[in-house]
Design a binder for this molecule. Structure first.
Ligand SMILES: [Zn+2]
Ligand SMILES: [Zn+2]
Length: 183
């Protein structure tokens, strides 16, 4: 019994592109715009693209001698929390994509592994792994609400952003405290 390594693609799936209308002469190109979403969250606890969030793929397919080059951007809303101050992050993640899909009978396909270089399946391109990888790769390991977030006050645990500039926890001399009460 022989088994296909990869399951057949569903040409109707939102992230499967049919390239039949793209001329195979090198340099020919076609723009493609796909809006989609994933049924499950993509990412980690700290930062993720939420389930069902709108993911926008804006790409150009270009014929090259060995296959089809996919370049462009993928963007999606991300939510999570700042690694320093735990403030909620509500942002947009923009990732660029650049990937060669090799023709199944090309030299590239014959001399590389399927994990290294993607393959066309007939005229179909499976864009889903590309979108997932690009988004996950672009996600910050330690997301910040802003690049210079000052984090939390180590004494009271409040975000420094919400505290006045002169915020401090100097231990007040009890004698001075008494004097203050008098004033
Ligand atoms: Zn922060
Ligand atoms: Zn404090």
């Amino acid at each position: 019994m022989t088994m296909d390594k990869t399951p057949a693609l569903d040409p109707k799936a939102p992230l499967v592109a049919d390239t039949r209308t793209l001329p195979r002469s090198p340099g020919s190109s076609k723009d493609l715009s796909i809006d989609t979403s994933f049924p499950e969250k993509l990412g980690l606890d700290m930062i993720a693209v939420g389930a069902g969030e709108n993911i926008q793929l804006r790409i150009t397919l270009t014929s090259v001698s060995e296959g089809i080059l996919v370049t462009g951007t993928v963007s999606a809303p991300i939510t999570g929390e700042c690694a320093r101050c735990l403030t909620e992050i509500d942002d947009t993640l923009d990732a660029s994509v650049s990937e060669l899909y090799a023709f199944e009978d090309s030299t590239t396909a014959e001399t590389t592994d399927e994990d290294e270089i993607m393959r066309l399946q007939g005229d179909l391109l499976d864009l889903e792994p590309l979108v997932r990888d690009a988004l996950v790769f672009a996600m910050p390991n330690a997301p910040l609400c802003r690049p210079d977030c000052e984090g939390l006050c180590p004494e009271c645990g409040q975000p420094r952003d919400t505290l006045p500039d002169d915020h401090s926890h100097e231990v007040v001399d009890p004698r001075w405290a008494d004097l203050k009460k008098l004033l």
